[in-house]
Write a protein that binds this ligand. Structure first.
Ligand code: C2E
Ligand code: MG
Ligand code: MG
Length: 747
């Protein structure tokens, strides 16, 4: 790389000065000086001095004999010859270094030569102008003179050479030059002093000593030199070795350090992965715990967690009766229908919607849980009274009743809620849930949506449980029987047939009202086996009665079918079976389905009724007027008869007042081409009104009370008329005894 212009300039100036010094040296060179000694000095300086340098261990300085040669030339032949030798010696040294592979910078060789030549020339000129130079001439002969002379020359030579070199190296900055001089060159003063000392020694031996002394001295110096050189070489080798050992140690240390670092990194990585694994384990543990305590579908607490939370509330309340709580038991109604008709995916979504709505209406301190398929429970922390808890429940009830859309289906659900307030008697969560469940069942039965638990409810519930249990054995124990109530033509008093009415004569409680036990039978599902039994019983009876006389040949029996049985797949089969085994003609059997059951799911009803119609049996719409029929649906349903509910008949007064609804229903039925039966006719005026309106058939205590099969059979054999011959205007004294005197207990 070429130096910058300033540096280049200073190098050229240095070379110029060197050239001038050389010209000075050559011009003053005297031919007389060309002696064998000078030749020996030149040869020594060119060939031996560069090779004979001794590096000083631990420094970058090498002692050479080059300066000694120059100073000897000065002592023997004067300054100009020494100037020339300085140039030759430096040049030879450069060649030697070049051969050893040293790379010289731009103009470095001439600059080096010039520096040495100029410095020596400068030293010589300064020395020669010193006033006492003459006095200090070496040839004056005193050792003292020799030392002073060589000392001055060597110091000047060193000062000039080192300061110019520092100046050049520091790129002309004086402060930097000084620092560089101190750092790199000060120690080189030694080279000059040793060189001067060596020159002085050789000069003195050659000048003052005899030849033998000189030879011995030279041999001595040689021995000292070589042994010193050897010891330096050994020292250098030892230092190299030490350095090598140091380096090897450092390398080992470094590799150990690297190994340790790698080990530490591997350890950190393994700790990290272990930590990650721990985290994952902890997370999966947490997930597991969450899953163990929560419902997967809705994310609500599950029965277990709910039990724990409720247990805590119970314990707190038992310690402090101000820590009131209320437990809500919620049961979605008609959820099974949604699952069956729209599928389980929609069913699941409905449950999630319900869960979200529950959560929205409670506070974070309350606990909402899913404790069964469509059953939920909530622990309300507070409120202070059952009335306030009921308000919360009513809000939930209203919110759940809001219809919503799911995958294009408009869905409306509803919920029945039972509330159990905190009570000191509770010690376990199941007890509280049980009572809330009782209240929920009461709310459902009363169609109230929300009910608060009371001890009275529990008594009724326990009774109900008892009845349910006993009803399961009632057929086997022979406690069930059928009553038959005549259905009479209002125009001519002829008998159409009988409505069969179930009676339960409980071994312990006596006769139990159907109004009491039929709902229990329906809820428990017992109504299906019981109705099978009824169908067999009544079809057999009617088949027999039809054989009594020609008048009884076309009688029919009207059997009440519950909604539960209607929606079961068994009904068609059960009817077919009963008809087949009894050999009753299909027109001898009529099925009564209440209006509320028929309108529960009109489309399903339509399908079922069509199937039943295909069998050939007759169909009657029972309790008409209580079930809010839609007329458009009603006209599609294939009923043969409409039975007007007793409440509309009993509303008619002694003078035939309040008969408008009856008139409307009768004319509606006629328009729909259906026959009409009025139930619950109890007075002559009611009968007269119905006859006047053209109602086809009637049923009621005025005409005949329900009676045992034996009594009915006896009446059929008698062949009596069923319309009263002379009817009093006063209502009959009504009791709820069947015609055979059966007392029906109403709970
Ligand atoms: P329902 O089907 O409407 O039966 C007519 C009810 O009215 C019968 O009550 C009958 O005794 C009563 N009744 C008839 N005439 C009069 C009257 O002039 N005055 C008064 N006050 N009542 C009259 P019962 O036998 O107590 O049955 C009540 C309900 O229980 C029935 O109403 C029916 O829904 C149900 N039930 C009765 N037997 C059966 C049955 O075998 N199967 C099913 N599924 N339900 C039945
Ligand atoms: Mg009926
Ligand atoms: Mg009825």
């Amino acid at each position: 790389m070429a130096p910058d212009p300033r540096e280049k300039f200073s190098r050229i100036v240095t070379i110029a000065l060197g050239a001038a010094a050389l010209v000075f040296g050559i011009s003053k060179f005297s031919v007389e000086n060309l002696t064998p000694l000078l030749a020996a000095l030149v040869l020594f300086a060119v060939f031996i001095a560069p090779r004979a340098s001794i590096p000083l261990p631990g420094t970058d300085i090498a002692l050479t004999f080059a300066d000694a040669c120059v100073y000897l030339a000065f002592l023997f032949y004067g300054g100009p010859t020494a100037i020339c030798l300085a140039g030759i010696e430096t040049g030879a040294n450069c060649v030697y270094l070049y051969r050893r592979g040293f790379k010289f910078d731009y103009l470095m060789v001439p600059v080096n030569i010039s520096l040495n030549v100029t410095a020596f020339a400068g030293a010589y000129l300064i020395w020669s102008v010193l006033p006492s130079a003459g006095f200090m001439k070496p040839e004056i002969g005193s050792t003292q003179h020799l030392i002073v002379t060589l000392g001055i020359i060597a110091v000047l030579h060193f000062v000039l050479a080192s300061s110019v070199m520092s100046f050049l190296r520091a790129k002309h900055r004086l402060l930097d030059a000084y620092k560089s001089w101190r750092r790199d060159f000060a120690s080189r003063a030694m080279m000059h002093i040793v060189g001067a000392g060596l020159a002085a020694l050789v000069y003195m031996l050659a000048t003052y000593g005899d030849v033998l002394t000189a030879v011995i001295s030279f041999i001595g110096i040689g021995i000292v030199y070589f042994s010193y050189r050897r010891s330096v070489t050994e020292l250098t080798a030892a230092m190299h070795e030490a350095e090598e050992a140091q380096r090897a140690k450092a390398e080992t240390e470094q590799s150990l350090r690297k190994e340790a670092e790698a080990h530490a990194a591997a350890l950190a990585a393994s700790l990290e992965s272990q930590e990650r694994a721990n985290l994952a384990l902890r997370k999966s543990e947490q997930d597991f715990q969450h899953a163990a305590m929560h419902d997967a579908l809705t994310g609500l607490a599950n029965r277990k967690l709910f039990g724990e939370k409720l247990m805590a509330r119970i314990a707190k309340y038992r310690n402090d009766n101000r820590a009131v709580y209320h437990v809500l038991f919620l049961d979605l109604s008609r959820f099974k229908n949604i699952n069956d008709s729209l599928g389980h995916t929609i069913g699941d979504k409905v449950l999630s919607v319900a869960a979200r709505r529950f959560l929205r209406l409670v506070t974070p301190s309350d606990t909402v849980a899913r404790i069964g398929g469509d059953e939920f429970a909530i622990v309300l922390k507070g409120p202070s009274t059952a009335a306030k808890a009921k308000k919360v429940a009513q809000r939930i009830h209203a919110s759940i009743s809001q219809p919503f859309s799911l995958s294009g289906n408009r869905i409306s659900i509803s919920v029945n809620i039972g509330i159990a307030p905190a009570d000191m008697e509770y010690s376990m969560p199941e007890e509280v849930l049980r009572d809330a469940d009782i209240a929920m069942n009461f709310a459902k039965a009363q169609r109230e949506g929300v009910a608060v638990f009371s001890r009275d409810l529990r008594t009724r519930f326990l009774e109900r449980v008892r009845l349910e249990m006993d009803l399961g054995h009632a057929i086997d124990r022979g406690e069930l029987s059928m009553s038959y109530q005549p259905l009479v033509s209002l125009s001519d008093g002829k008998l159409l047939g009988f409505e069969s009415l179930l009676r339960w004569n409980h071994s312990e409680f006596g006769n139990i009202s159907p109004a009491r036990f039929i709902p229990i039978a329906e809820d428990s599902g017992l109504i299906i086996p019981i109705t099978k039994w009824i169908l067999r019983e009544t079809t057999n009876t009617m088949a027999e009665w039809r054989k009594i006389s020609p008048e009884t040949r076309d009688l029919l029996v009207s059997v009440n079918i519950s909604g539960k049985h209607l929606s079961s797949d068994d009904l068609l089969y059960d009817i077919e079976y009963a008809l087949e085994t009894s050999r009753l003609a299909t027109d001898g059997l009529k099925l009564e389905i209440t209006e509320s059951t028929a309108m529960d799911d009109p489309n399903l009803t339509l399908k079922l009724l069509k199937d039943l119609k295909r069998l050939g049996v007759l169909l009657s719409l029972d309790d008409f007027g209580t079930g809010y029929s839609s007329l458009s649906i009603l006209q599609k349903l294939p009923f043969d008869t409409i039975k007007i509910d007793r409440s509309f008949v009993s509303a008619v007064g002694p003078n035939g007042e309040d008969s408008e609804i009856l008139r409307t229903i009768v004319s509606l039925a006629k328009n729909l081409r259906m026959k009409v039966i009025a139930e619950g006719i109890e007075t002559a005026s009611q009968l007269a009104v119905l006859q006047h309106l053209g109602c086809d058939y009637g049923q009621g205590y005025l005409l005949a009370k329900p009676m045992t099969a034996a009594r009915a059979e006896a009446a059929l054999t008698e062949g009596r008329s069923w319309l009263p011959l002379a009817v009093a205007d006063d209502p009959l004294i009504i009791n709820h005894l069947d015609d055979d005197g059966t007392d029906i207990k109403v709970f």
